[in-house]
Design a protein around this ligand. Structure first.
Ligand code: ATP
Ligand code: MG
Length: 446
């Protein structure tokens, strides 16, 4: 993409309505604009990041054997009356009446709708296990929408639902989700810690939230610092292997880690040596639940067993805050000059800065680099505007592309360009073709 033809409305001033750094940087870098309270338009740069995060979520869900689909945003109130949640959900639910007087709602989550689909289509144990998921907009009429996309009213969420024959199988589904979520967040360059949590209006016994440590987070958490050393890394995971998934769950849930809702100060002190006890603020980026037959009992979702009896299915639901993650990643990765995107979610993989637009040699070298990077799938953003170098650097730093290639007449006389890491600031002089090769290597490992 050439910056001269892109739509990147960066702001020079810091917007006064933004209280936290991710909100400020998303507004300043032209990623989002507020449409109304807690509701945002995703401008091209923000949309690109959102789609990259979404793509990682899809890949990791399908790696774990979960099946993608798409349910609507608007749902019939009748299903929610069956589960009893139409009244329970309260003011957070946006209720709508259509022209025929039917009560509708903008879905805050989808347990009822998916259970309805299941009960109308699945009758036999032979169709289990089954995990369906979608990534769809949700609406919750939050009392205090704030912090930009972190606590929106309309937000983008991956929600998945498992259907299993018995408790053991459903617990495996729970463990499988935990492992797949750990992989998902690691791929995005995030450390998200599973913490024992409270189940809230979804209901159920087993539940963990995934939290990213950040001073601006809305949750208060208590944990054993040993958990920060755990990494899934490149280990091979067989998502059908119950023992392996259970062992990984065990590994991550043995060190003490709880949100304030379930925190037990006496236990914390008894279990964790003083020098490893930590408390912090954190951002919730996902949550998994096992709730057994709560919905299947009420809504009649059952299967026939091999013995010929009917049993209600055991279910769980599992959510990832896709749009919130955009903000959470920025909270975890920025400096005073702007965003620092982890390579896996960067909107463009590399920026090209032409120090002297209009200089024949510089323009030609940039064009060649641009073509080569594009051919290599390295998604360059070429700043081809007639701005001064300082302004171009400031824009690149603000929007946080992980790598920058700087091209100027002086370097070109020696046959080199500069390759700079946004994160470390380290710069190397390389021949242009070697810079492309370096980037190809770097991104091959992402
Ligand atoms: P919170 O406690 O932050 O209100 P929740 O526990 O009600 O969230 P879940 O039902 O667990 O939310 O939804 C799954 C994920 O969706 C959450 O972990 C979070 O990342 C994201 N999410 C929830 N509410 C919002 C919101 N208002 N804006 C943006 N993302 C949200
Ligand atoms: Mg939650």
């Amino acid at each position: 993409m050439r910056l001269s033809r892109y739509f990147l409305p960066v702001l020079k001033e810091t917007p006064s309505e933004a209280q936290i750094v991710s909100h400020r940087l998303m507004l300043r870098s032209g990623m989002i604009r507020q449409a109304s309270a807690g509701i945002y338009s995703w401008l091209p740069l923000g949309f690109k990041v959102l789609k990259k995060i979404e793509a990682i979520v899809h890949e990791e869900q399908q790696r774990a054997g979960h099946i993608p689909m798409l349910m609507p945003t608007l749902q019939s109130a009748d299903l929610w009356r069956e589960s009893g949640r139409y009244e329970d959900y309260g003011d957070e639910m946006l209720r709508i009446t259509d022209r025929h007087g039917h009560d509708m709602l903008y879905g805050p989550t989808n347990e009822e709708l998916i259970t309805d689909i299941f009960r109308n289509t699945v009758q036999s144990y032979k169709d289990l296990p089954l995990t369906l998921y979608h990534i769809q907009w949700k609406f919750r009429d939050e009392r205090r929408p704030r912090f930009g996309v972190m606590r929106g009213r309309e937000f983008y969420m991956k929600d998945g639902y498992n259907f299993d024959i018995d408790r053991d199988s459903a617990i495996h589904a729970y463990n499988r989700h935990m492992v797949s979520y750990l992989r998902t967040y690691e791929r995005m360059g995030l450390k998200a810690i599973p913490m024992r949590a409270d189940s809230g209006p979804i209901g159920g016994d087993d539940t963990h939230e995934f939290l990213v440590l950040a001073d601006t987070g809305e949750s208060e958490v208590f944990y054993d610092s040993a958990i920060l050393d755990l990494q899934l890394g490149q280990r091979a995971v067989d998502f059908d292997d119950r023992e392996q998934c259970a062992a990984i769950r065990q590994e991550w849930t043995s060190p003490y880690a709880r949100t304030d809702e379930t925190h037990d100060a006496a236990l914390f002190e008894a279990e964790v040596p003083a020098e490893r006890r930590r408390s912090s603020r954190a951002i919730e980026v996902g949550q998994i639940f096992y709730f057994g037959t709560k919905y299947s009992d009420k809504m009649g979702a059952s299967v026939v067993t091999p013995e010929g009896t009917r049993v209600p299915v055991h279910m769980g639901s599992h959510g990832i805050g896709v749009s919130r993650l955009v903000g959470a990643i920025i909270e975890a990765s920025h400096d005073e000059r702007g965003i620092i995107w982890p390579e896996a979610v960067a909107p463009f993989k590399v920026g090209i800065v032409n120090l002297k637009q209009g200089d024949g040699a510089a323009d030609a070298a940039c064009e060649t680099l641009y073509a080569q990077l594009q051919a290599a799938g390295l998604e360059p953003l070429y700043d081809d505007r007639s701005e001064r170098a300082g302004a171009k650097f400031a824009t690149m730093d603000l929007i946080g592309l992980p790598w920058r290639i700087t091209v100027g007449p002086r370097g070109l006389k020696n046959g080199v360009v500069e390759l700079t890491s946004r994160k470390s600031g380290a710069t190397q002089e390389l021949r242009p073709e070697d810079a492309v090769a370096r980037l190809r290597d770097i991104y091959a490992g992402v």
